[in-house]
Ligand binder design. Sequence first.
Ligand code: G6P
Length: 367
Amino acid sequence: AATGKGNYRHFMEKELHEHPVVLGDTLTQYLDPMTRSVTLPPLPFDPATVPRMTITACGSAFLAGLVGRYWIEQLARIPVDADVASEFRYREPPLPEGGAALLVSQSGETADTMAALRLLRENAQKVVAVVNVPESSMAREADGAVLTVAGPEIGVASTKAFTAQLAVLACLAIGFGRARGTISIEDEAKLTASLLEVPGNAALVLERDAEIRAMAAEVAKARDVLFLGRGTLFPIAMEGALKLKEISYIHAEGYAAGEMKHGPIALIDNAVPVISLCPSGPMFEKTASNLQEAAARGGRIMAFTDDLGAEKLARFAERVVVLPRVGAFSAPILHAIPVQLLAYHVAVLKGTDVDQPRNLAKSVTVE
Ligand code: G6P
């Protein structure tokens, strides 16, 4: 049955292994492999003229939204405001006439996100819910719904729903960019082609399982863990830290790599794993030099990168896991998988209740 664990020990493990299928199902809703173009779903606003967008959500869904903000700003040049729903709803943000909002939620029932939805609508914003449950409250109350096709997610800590959210946001960003003329047809074809390779690359990432389990054995001994990333990998660093906290109960922080010297560097010693998301690309040298600084202070550098980044990082990193080289656009989707796998293996080693971590709920329907 779709809701059984099959041969897996935990729902989380099963759901992690569903990434390739879920990403394929979600992407093919919006991407045409023949024409290498994006078909936007019906939207209650015109992306060509929208002056500004709000993205709001809670938990991992918010972190997916943060990646969406980078993409939409970069590709479509729409200013995007992103905030957690519990802050957004009380901070009285000025909302422009004709503005639009994206809400991101697996369940479509989270209380704060739901309240943000109502506030946005009261303020004449056109609201689109990116949800995994088509019959959810958010899907019903929003002006439009865009579906992730992740199937039921049982593990409390989100895995496949998170990457499916990223996949949808990536498609929207390309579609918005085309609608506004801020990217060309050639750009669209290139970006689409790179997304179409994501499911196959996700399968390759899952093959790194043994290496990630070995990394987990080291991480499991730590009291504090630092995750670093830049650009779209910064929210993924935060997701890595969130996931590790949630299911292994190890204290972790996700930081923008360039911000490390403004605080976390004070904590670094030879007991602190510094886990970095550092694929080759325009930001590589900057992040690598931040890592070198952390290494110089005794930090134990563990890096997720690709073949091009591996050689340099191996000079000072304790562990380097080589992922497929995919280009900056799809990198955050692929890097989400190993940080989830890492948290999973650490939790298993620590013997926690992986699918039902203490004090957490799958869907937080109270404020
Ligand atoms: C809880 C879950 C998280 C999830 C968050 C938002 O904290 O444990 O995995 O990201 O709620 O839930 P939603 O259903 O709105 O995505």
